[in-house]
Design a binder for this molecule. Structure first.
Ligand SMILES: *Cc1c(COP(=O)(O)O)cnc(C)c1O
Length: 378
């Protein structure tokens, strides 16, 4: 039995997007085509981590990356056998999962380095890890301008083997950003310092989706897109890589009713009908990830037309104006995705809700069943 509100996740689209990104780089790379790490943190931005990671790996992703050790453990337990990179940040307590599930941690502090060295020594193993450099975002990583002091101890740790070095950009998708340019220069310089300290043969990676579409010089040996693989282009870079949205959130009208001029709809009575109005009730609400700021600003698709969201979005239901659409209970409601000739993208919905597509994707609630399809497999 299905609840009518569900998220259709097209694994064929995710596979297509991996291939589209690789083809985009192959056509432009000066040297060897960079490898691709598919970012699947936060349940693959709401799409389902295990299913998405498998689709990415099958389509040619060299590795997948997540944020938390627990996410990496779940991915491994799902049967994924390729490399799993874990960004952190890590609480320093429980690092066992890294060893027991063969995860590749990203080292971002000397303290974490010492803990991992101790844990690896106790187990008598050599742990492969990547080293994160803070090139100006001032979040995770060793400061780029302090490596001569912090890196030697880590590089000398007998049970740690550094196979990668990475950084993360704060403003990759802002054209002309001075910080973006500075971070690129700082990472190059960090690479020289680390080579001088004896770090050799590390895979260098930096580019998230924004950097990937904006600046080929950031591709280095490997890129780390997330958003783009789910078919959502970074703002301002629509159409640069021909990706397809992987998720569509849909529901069905639960009820249709008339309200008279002067009557209001929903909590707070903020929507007041000015004319005889037909209201459709959709069985989805903020518990499913619908943003309350969509009230009076957003729309959904019914019978191929846009129906405005009217009145408060409540926990389990919201109302739409379907006047003149001949809508009936049971009609399909597309919250994001295509219907007829129209499409509501996550980016459009994010603009209505004054947020970013990342947040809306991650918030599609656990109550919303994911239905996996390969509608567009080639
Ligand atoms: C989330 C994340 C990415 C992917 O970012 P997108 O903008 O979704 O492409 C890459 N690298 C790190 C370190 C991240 O945390």
């Amino acid at each position: 039995m299905n609840r009518p509100t569900l998220a259709r996740v097209d694994l064929g689209a995710i596979a297509h997007n991996v291939r589209a990104v690789r083809a985009f780089m192959a056509a432009r790379a000066a040297g060897p085509v960079p490898a691709l790490a598919g970012v699947v943190k936060a349940e693959a931005y709401g799409h389902g981590a295990a299913e998405s990671a498998r689709a990415m790996a099958d389509a040619g992703a060299a590795m997948v990356a997540c944020a938390a050790i627990e996410e990496g453990v779940a991915l491994r337990a799902s049967g994924l056998d390729g490399p799993i990179l874990v960004f952190g940040p890590f609480a320093l307590g429980d690092l066992d999962g890294i060893f027991e599930y063969g995860l590749t941690p990203t080292l971002s502090t000397p303290t974490l380095g010492r803990r991992l060295q101790d844990a690896a020594a106790r187990r008598g193993v050599r742990l492969r890890c990547h080293l994160a450099i803070d090139t100006g975002m001032n979040r995770l990583g060793l400061r780029h301008d302090n490596l001569a002091r912090t890196a030697p101890e880590l590089l000398a740790a007998p049970n740690l083997e550094f196979t990668g070095v990475c950084t993360h950009f704060a403003t990759a998708d802002e054209p002309g950003s001075g910080l973006f340019a500075r971070q690129q220069r700082n990472f190059e310089e960090a690479g020289r310092v680390l080579a001088g300290l004896g770090a050799r043969g590390c895979v260098r990676h930096a580019a998230n989706s924004g950097a990937l579409v904006a600046e080929p010089a950031t591709w280095l040996d490997m890129v780390r897109p997330g958003l783009l693989l789910y078919g959502v282009p970074p703002a301002g870079f629509e159409g640069v890589v021909p990706v397809r949205p992987a998720m569509s959130v849909q529901s069905r009208l639960a009820a249709v009713k008339g309200v008279r001029p002067g009557e209001s709809v929903g909590y707070g009575g903020r929507f007041v009908a000015r004319r005889p109005t037909t209201i459709g009730l959709v069985p989805a609400g903020y518990a499913d990830g619908l943003d309350r700021r969509l009230e009076g600003r957003g729309a959904v698709l019914v019978r191929g037309r846009r129906a405005p969201i009217v009145g408060a979005v409540s926990m389990d239901v919201f109302a739409i104006d379907v006047t003149g659409l001949d809508a009936e209970p049971g009609d399909e409601v597309v919250i994001t995705g295509r219907q007829g000739g129209d499409e509501i993208t996550v980016s459009e919905m994010a603009a209505w809700a004054s947020t970013i597509p990342y947040e809306l994707l991650c918030r599609v609630g656990s109550r919303v069943e994911r239905v996996y399809v390969r509608a567009r497999a080639e």
